[in-house]
Ligand binder design. Structure first.
Ligand SMILES: [Cu+2]
Length: 265
């Protein structure tokens, strides 16, 4: 069987599992008993997802191979079947093989891995900027070009209403236009935090005194993306979620107009 067909069978399997655990089309949010990663959104997340799928095939094959070898030697060379053990200490061919083959496997992994790293490292062709600042224990979002800035706090459990999600919904969401490439400038105000939105495959540290740069590709379809702080930052670390809501351009423009008054810098 050739590799592509193994791969396609694997992807069909993954898609079937995906269907079983289908997520809400309107939000990227962790699901109870979720299998695998959240559905990827945007070009970075799609590339990260396919790298993950490739690695899954490779590590599964390696694990099964090692298991098969262990089972084989445990049976073939057990004391009963092999009372006089071999005193072999060297075997040049095997030593070359177990050096060269892992090197080749690492090269196969390194190529797409570096390609992805360089892809997400270059913040170019972005259409707008949002500055994100981590605080104990909330996020602050600033839109420098629009002169908007506001804090974003988690909604307490007792105040949850409607379709809000416990531990994930916030009072002021980061609103962005759908189908836009956005530059994130991530800074910190106190201890280290980490801005992490799994479905967009963005995770970047928020550190006081420096600005880290990242970018996200927000897909065309309006959606809500949920994330959380991903760096232990104190007693309320678990209570500073991230919500990015993408809106159609006209709704976004209306929001900006309103926010210019409500959240003027
Ligand atoms: Cu934290």
């Amino acid at each position: 069987m050739t590799l592509p067909s193994v791969k396609s069978i694997f992807y069909i399997g993954v898609s079937l599992v995906g269907l079983l655990f289908a997520q809400s089309a309107l939000a990227s949010v962790p699901e109870p008993w979720q299998m695998g990663l959240q559905a990827p959104a945007g070009s970075i997340a799609e590339k990260a997802n396919s790298l993950h799928n490739l690695l899954l095939i490779i590590i599964t094959a390696i694990s099964l191979f090692v298991l098969a070898l262990l089972v084989y030697v445990s049976i073939r060379f057990r004391a009963k079947a092999n009372p006089v053990p071999s005193k072999t200490s060297h075997n040049t061919i095997i030593e070359i093989l177990w050096t060269v083959v892992p090197v080749l496997i690492l090269v196969v992994i390194a190529v797409p891995s570096f390609r992805l790293l360089y892809y997400l490292d270059q913040t170019k062709d972005t259409e707008m900027v949002v500055k994100v600042t981590g605080n104990q224990w909330y996020w602050n979002y600033e839109y420098p070009d629009e002169q908007i800035g506001f804090d974003s706090y988690m909604i307490d459990e007792e105040d949850i209403s409607g379709d809000q999600i416990r531990l994930l919904s916030v009072d002021n969401e980061m609103i962005v236009p759908a189908g836009t490439r956005i530059k994130l400038l991530v800074a910190g105000n106190d201890v280290m935090h980490s801005f992490f939105v799994p479905s967009l495959a963005v995770q970047i540290y928020s550190v006081a005194g420096r600005i880290n740069e990242a970018w996200i590709d927000v897909p065309e379809e309006p959606k809500v993306y949920y994330g959380q702080c991903n760096q232990i930052c104190g007693v309320n670390h678990a209570y500073m979620p991230i919500v990015i809501r993408s809106l159609p351009r006209d709704e976004y423009d209306a929001w900006v107009e309103n926010a210019r008054e409500e959240f003027a810098l």
